[in-house]
Design a protein around this ligand. Structure first.
Ligand SMILES: Cc1cc2nc3c(=O)[nH]c(=O)nc-3n(C[C@H](O)[C@H](O)[C@H](O)COP(=O)(O)O)c2cc1C
Length: 527
């Protein structure tokens, strides 16, 4: 049997992009053969969800305040799903038309599938087939509906969201590196859920299940159903609580919960041209569970108020990634500080969903931020992170405090636009931004403890990216995730050593004022 720790570390190494060589990917792409972005469960009963978004009167700065929970109903769950997983717009250019969703996705390929499990919610699950109230549903973002996958038996009262990844959607375009992108996307998705749940007064909590257990609870292990179609990888299940103090039962969904199953998953790509067996290997190596206990002190970080006047639902629904930045705008210091504060424990609802020790730390190249010299900065998100990075980085980095309250340090004053661009696979968004982030993970130690930490580090980075996405949007700025970067070149610039896996870069993110592509037409999400 292959050692999962060795497999995980080996996958990470072989999927690095290098200045002179990219990770293995398809030699050519047929854009017309892109895998279907929407999986349907053929033959499953379809329940359209109400499309009205609730909580439209809550201003962005008030999003994280406690509020009375909505009742669990098709209307409130429909509202939640629109805000965390739904389509937010269609774009059109010439003969092409594509949808955008509430969360960004690498290459807009959307590998993450959303599942809803509920019991005791009137109007969901009862039916002519004699099913009991409740069941397991696949969320269909295309028309904002639920496809009923399982029912009968005894669904416990409550609401859960389950997530799976269809790696082929990403591997089709990105080859071996694709599994990284699935996990970064998963982080964005979890953060999107945390924001949307807060608006409805609900607390999301992660069930401490491993990927096989998640797969069993979502029916992804029913292998006969998946013959000839793309597999789905179990990621995580989140329970929603109306009462913040409620303790989540450990595993209320242990199978067999349901007696009846329906539907066959649709085929997404009839003619897959490439095979990337290493993706099966990394999936298998990282199927362990979540960290065992929450350790984050979530209230200790300084708070910085947002001055946004937008409604929170508007921020979420109008969120987009910038495709280009103007390269001149200077970010006001107050906006920058709010963005940074949202990344710290307690700084956004995301960190209540992910109350684990902060292990991913932003190191950033500041190009144009009011009151800050251009240069290399660090924002360690824990004391251990600060001490570890200081020790691992070169002595010439000054670690000069750069903010009266936030743990922001200037490491090196320098104009670094060209460096940012080069490190981010020569993409202009990294140099035309106001600042470009490199998310540095405490890497080897957590993976030695539990190889599943490799997924969780990417989730944490994706969550950080999502905080920036929404905070930037709220302030009239915009962000773009950058999954393409030259890993070891980043380590070299940061002085972390090329062969030292104590720290590794896992994600980049750029912020700036977007330049809109006026050739694109925007169409409404569902009308
Ligand atoms: C994990 C991840 C990696 C990404 N990498 C890049 C990138 O390297 N370059 C880029 O221009 N955009 C990148 N993006 C942005 C996506 O292209 C964008 O989210 C997608 O096209 C959907 O558009 P939207 O975010 O406006 O909905 C990335 C997004 C994510 C979530």
């Amino acid at each position: 049997m292959t050692d999962p720790i060795a497999s995980t570390l080996a996958y990470h190494v072989r999927t690095k992009h290098h200045l002179d060589r990219y990770a293995a990917g398809p030699g050519s792409l047929d854009w017309d053969a892109q895998p279907d972005a929407f999986r349907h469960w053929q033959g499953a009963q379809v329940t359209p969800l109400p499309r009205t978004v609730m909580a439209t009167d809550i201003a962005w700065p008030q999003l994280d305040q406690p509020r009375p929970p909505q009742d669990f109903t098709p209307a409130s769950l429909g509202s939640l799903l629109r805000l965390c997983a739904g389509i937010t717009a269609w774009k059109q250019y010439g003969g092409s038309r594509w949808s955008l969703r509430a969360h960004p996705s690498s290459g807009n390929l959307h590998p993450t599938e959303t599942w809803l499990i509920c019991g005791g919610v009137p109007g969901l699950g009862g039916g002519k087939d004699g099913g009991q109230d409740g069941g397991l549903f696949h969320y269909q973002p295309r028309d904002h509906s639920l496809e009923r996958r399982a029912w009968g038996g005894s669904t416990p009262a409550g609401v859960w969201l389950g997530y799976s990844s269809i790696a082929w959607r990403e591997a089709w375009k990105y080859g071996e590196r694709a599994f990284r992108y699935c996990q970064l996307d998963m982080g964005h998705v979890l953060a999107a859920l945390a924001y949307a749940a807060a608006l409805h007064g609900w607390q999301p909590r992660l069930l401490r299940l491993d990927s096989d257990q998640v797969a069993a609870r979502l029916g992804l292990d029913r292998s006969a159903d998946f013959v000839g179609v793309e597999a789905e990888e179990g990621e995580v299940i989140v329970s929603l609580h109306a009462d913040a103090a409620e303790v989540a039962p450990l595993d209320p969904l242990a199978p067999p919960v349901w007696t009846n199953w329906a539907g066959k998953p649709s085929l997404l790509d009839p003619k897959p041209m490439y095979q990337w067996p290493v993706i099966e290997e990394i999936a298998a190596a990282t199927r362990g569970g979540l960290p065992s206990s929450p350790t984050q002190q979530i209230n200790e970080s300084p708070r910085v108020a947002s001055a946004s006047t937008l409604a929170a639902t508007q921020v979420i629904l109008q969120r987009r990634s910038a495709q280009a930045f103007d390269g001149v705008s200077v970010m006001p210091n107050a906006v920058f500080r709010r963005l940074l504060a949202s990344l710290l424990p307690g700084g956004s609802p995301v960190w209540r969903l992910w109350p684990h020790a902060a292990r991913v730390h932003p190191v950033l190249l500041v190009h144009r931020v009011e009151g800050l010299n251009p240069g290399l900065y660090a924002l360690p998100r824990s004391e251990a992170g600060a001490a570890g990075l200081k020790q691992a980085m070169p002595q010439m980095f000054t670690w000069t405090p750069a903010d009266p309250e936030l743990p922001l340090y200037l490491l090196l004053a320098a104009k670094a636009e060209r460096t940012a661009r080069t490190l981010s696979c020569h993409q202009d968004i990294a140099s035309h931004s106001a600042a470009t982030f490199m998310f540095i993970a405490e890497f080897a130690a957590p993976i030695q403890d539990n190889p599943a930490a490799w997924r969780h580090l990417h989730w944490e980075a994706g969550m950080l990216g999502h905080c920036l996405t929404l905070e930037a949007e709220a302030a009239g700025w915009r962000g773009t995730g950058i999954g393409c970067f030259f890993d070891d070149a980043v380590h070299e610039v940061l002085g972390l050593g090329e062969n030292n896996t104590r720290y590794q870069v896992v994600y980049h993110f750029a912020l700036g004022i977007p330049v809109e592509d006026v050739r694109l037409t925007t169409l409404p999400a569902y009308d």
